[in-house]
Design a protein around this ligand. Sequence first.
Ligand SMILES: C[S@@+](CC[C@H](N)C(=O)[O-])C[C@H]1O[C@@H](n2cnc3c(N)ncnc32)[C@H](O)[C@@H]1O
Length: 243
Amino acid sequence: MDEHSIHSPYFFDFYEKVILNKNQIPGFDEIENVRNKLLQSTLEIEMKDLGAQSAHFKNEKRSLAKVATTSISPRPLCELFFRLVNYMEATSIVELGTSAGITSLYLAKQSQSKVVTFEGNKDLINIAFTHFEYFNTKNIRLIEGNIDNTLSDYLQNPSKIDFALMDANHRYEPTIRYFNLLSKRIAQKGIIVLDDIYHSEEMTKAWKELSRHELVYGSVDLFRCGILFFDPALNRQHFVWKM
Ligand SMILES: C[S@@+](CC[C@H](N)C(=O)[O-])C[C@H]1O[C@@H](n2cnc3c(N)ncnc32)[C@H](O)[C@@H]1O
């Protein structure tokens, strides 16, 4: 696959500027220093089952280092999310699943963006807050609690969402439910990203269904994550690309 085989001008440009472009942005290394500290941490944190996701965890307590290894998006993916919100000039950003706040920091890198991020694990919430304070971040709001309750409350607010990253509960039913809630508030040129689309049969099923949803006018399958486009001008085109 290369850009010459993409006939849509929008997706051609998107491929060049979001997928191919790997330019470094000042400030990413500082966020990565925080990730490196997490990877070396000896802290143990309490894991509540929020109906969540992980096959990596079987016990109630986990080391923070293990959480950082298994559930925080890796740097290339965080950089892709940054390029995406930057390309779209997204000002209203939602992230389901904050964890320690690493991806939230990437999403909030442009000061004009406002990031609203949702997390239910108290220990991770406290860690994310220390990271947001460390970077003196003013444009991240963390909504605490189970997304099953907090998302619909938050969405009572009628303002539009430009970009949403769904990276919390990786089961079929909540994925569809959260998508249905978010899609009511998505801006006309908005985007929803689904992480871990091949993490399980349930996620694959959700991805296959959502990429053909009536409100979705384009999709990009990057294997690790899937991008759903809501702009009707895009004429229902679907791509499978390598990151
Ligand atoms: C994969 S991690 C998020 C990683 C984060 N986006 C990053 O890349 O830095 C998923 C997070 O979602 C949270 N989560 C899962 N289900 C949830 C729910 N129903 N309500 C609130 N938080 C939930 C988990 O506690 C976990 O921290």
